[in-house]
Design a binder for this molecule. Structure first.
Ligand SMILES: [Zn+2]
Length: 626
């Protein structure tokens, strides 16, 4: 009883602190019930949708917006024009949309729309549907929208579509009219140019009627496995399917931001169980029929899919421990699409890959179930929190799964230094759709975003960083955290001021470059002169290696971070005077003669994104020989 009471008290305080922190936080809610009937021959379907929208904002809404993503796959669409005019088009898109025939384009044509039973006025503007409400939705109010629409699935170009390069018939993402997100910054009805997504959480009840020889998988738990048969024997299904031309697959998903599915008559369906984790589903073409691959290569691809199962289990176990527990009961890895793309409770990936690449893409997309689908940031605004955090976690997991030594993020640093040198870098605060080049977007989002975390670990220390990542998941899962929410949480975790880090590294393209200017003997002492060449300041880890094989660390905090990281490594450490950012040079003295020193190194862990690592280490004997 006493235990129970203290448990209740702890729970009460934990809940009330959390609420105090987020007292102004709110998020919108959607509940979709959809039924579609697919005409596989013509790649079309007729759809019915009931959408219950709850306005949890403090504002009255007199409009709502939907995305009609399939309309992007038409000659002259914004996505087409963008792809034909950007300096470095995505080669998967190029001018392919421009050349689509009438029966290959995509569309979503709204036939009727009502709000609470009354017909509403709407306009369609490319990929955006604008609805002028008959009756505004008050704060806390709910409205029910009913829509009927016809859709044509585009020939597979980007993410969704029919007949991808590996023979998968239907890669179905962005397939339904989807309500846009309204948050503290207002509506986000971004036109689809092939990039990011941002959507409210909600429940999905989806019925897909399709020819009976198709095997489906996607977001959501299958509600009628015993009717479906093949592949669901362990859930009580009879192997034999019912007679008839078509059958209906019924899926339900709770508290997700999107719903995808894939379908093909040749899908093999394999399941596995993560201990204390979700059930895994794998759906892949068997035999593999990857375009341009030989028979042997296709046979190898099939083998790789078989091996993928155990690696995925290992990845989930690692992720649950290091980045927070996956909250859904299921995850599906489905062959389809045009590379790898994340969706709630699953992913569409291409399968014509080496084992390392197949595991790599699966692990990457899996981590979007942490950074995007569960910690659902607005990825247009914070693309680095989506792709960057995902890249960070997947690189660490791949190093673990394949037993790789060395800095798992070195590729991200190479990419970042490359874009800095090219002069084409753009700040990470750029809206994802609006980067000048795909390359600048890619490196900002994936590489610099991953470095943001690895370098944060350098600044605040390993332990606070790792605890902070777990706390971030715990406090913000099933919500829409922003950049500042994350930075603020890490400030609290580390007890340091970190706004300078965010401002320099995210908001600007200023770079880091520290150097060792001189190491000079002065009797029994040695004086080390450092210089700050780049505009972005950082705290410094300096390691001094002695001729006798020992080494010690000197740590120079940056004054404006108002704190010191704890010792991270098993090595004697001296904390030196803070370095104020305005000061271009800094010197400190070691109580040993220069003749005993072998080498002085700035940041031997190479976590700092110094753009010129050359001047970060200083070999003393070679200096003495000069
Ligand atoms: Zn990604």
């Amino acid at each position: 009883m006493k235990q129970l009471l203290s448990f209740l008290l702890i729970t009460f305080f934990a809940v009330s602190t959390l609420q105090a922190q987020n007292k102004d936080y709110w998020q919108q809610e959607v509940d979709y019930t959809m039924e579609i009937d697919v005409d596989v021959e013509n790649h079309q379907y007729a759809g019915k949708q009931t959408l219950v929208y709850t306005n949890n904002s403090p504002e009255t809404l007199d409009r709502v917006y939907y995305h009609l993503y399939f309309n992007a796959f038409q000659p002259g669409s914004m996505m087409d024009v963008r792809s034909r005019t950007i300096a470095d088009p995505d080669r998967r898109v190029g001018d392919r949309i421009y050349h689509l025939e009438e029966d290959e384009i995509g569309y979503q044509k709204v036939k009727s729309l009502t709000q609470d039973g009354e017909i509403v006025e709407y306009t369609v503007d490319g990929t955006v549907l604008v609805v002028e409400l008959n009756k505004p939705i008050e704060p806390g109010g709910t409205s029910t929208f009913k829509m009927e629409w016809d859709a044509q699935v585009p020939l597979q170009i980007r993410r969704s579509g029919w007949n991808n390069a590996e023979g998968v018939e239907f890669s179905m993402s962005q397939w339904y009219p989807k309500l846009a997100e309204y948050d503290v910054r207002g509506w986000h009805p971004n036109e689809y140019v092939g990039r990011e997504f941002h959507a409210p959480f909600g429940n999905f009840d989806v019925k897909i009627t399709i020819d009976q020889d198709y095997v489906l998988g996607g977001t959501g738990i299958l509600q009628n496995p015993n009717e479906i048969g093949y592949g669901y024997e362990d859930e009580g299904a009879k192997v034999k399917r019912p007679f008839g031309d078509k059958m209906t697959w019924h899926f339900k998903a709770e508290n997700v931001i999107d719903f995808f599915w894939g379908a093909d008559p040749d899908f093999k369906h394999v399941t596995a169980q993560v201990p204390n984790g979700p059930k895994l589903h794998f759906l892949y073409q068997q035999p593999a029929v990857v375009e341009g691959a030989s028979e042997e290569e296709n046979a190898q691809y099939t083998k790789n899919w078989e091996e993928l199962v155990d690696y995925t289990i290992g990845a989930f176990e690692y992720a649950n421990e290091h980045f927070g527990v996956y909250p859904y009961p299921q995850f599906s890895t489905i062959q389809g699409g045009d590379g790898g793309m994340e969706y709630p409770m699953g992913t569409l990936i291409t399968g014509g890959r080496s084992l390392g690449s197949l595991v790599g893409v699966t692990v990457h997309e899996m981590y979007h179930s942490w950074y995007q689908n569960v910690l659902a940031t607005n990825e247009s605004l914070y693309e680095w929190m989506d792709e960057g955090f995902t890249s960070f976690a997947s690189s660490e997991t791949m190093a673990h799964l394949f037993d790789r030594d060395g800095n798992p993020h070195s590729g991200s640093y190479r990419g970042y230094r490359f874009i800095v040198e090219s002069g084409k870098e753009e700040p990470m605060v750029t809206h994802a759709d609006h980067y000048n080049t795909n390359q600048a977007y890619g490196i900002a989002a994936y590489s610099k975003g991953a470095i943001f975390l690895n370098q944060l670990e350098y600044i605040i220390g390993r332990e606070d960083f790792r605890n902070g990542m777990l706390k971030y998941h715990k406090e913000w899962k099933m919500k829409h955290p922003t950049d500042l929410d994350f930075v603020h949480l890490m400030e609290k975790e580390s007890g340091m001021i970190l706004d300078w880090y965010y401002e320099y590294f995210v908001q600007t393209t200023k770079t880091i470059d520290y150097g060792i200017k001189a190491v000079a003997g002065n009797g029994n002492e040695t004086v080390i002169d450092l210089e700050k060449i780049g505009l972005m300041p950082m705290p410094l880890d300096i390691v001094v290696e002695y001729q006798d094989g020992s080494s010690e660390q000197y740590y120079i905090p940056l004054r404006m971070m108002r704190g010191e990281k704890p010792m991270e490594f098993d090595m004697p450490r001296s904390v030196l005077e803070d370095w104020p950012w305005v000061q271009p040079e800094y010197s400190f003295t070691i109580d040993r003669p220069v003749s005993e020193i072998q080498r002085v190194i700035i940041d031997p862990t190479e976590r700092m994104a110094d753009i010129d690592p050359e001047n970060n280490s200083f070999d003393v004997p070679s200096m003495l020989n000069e």
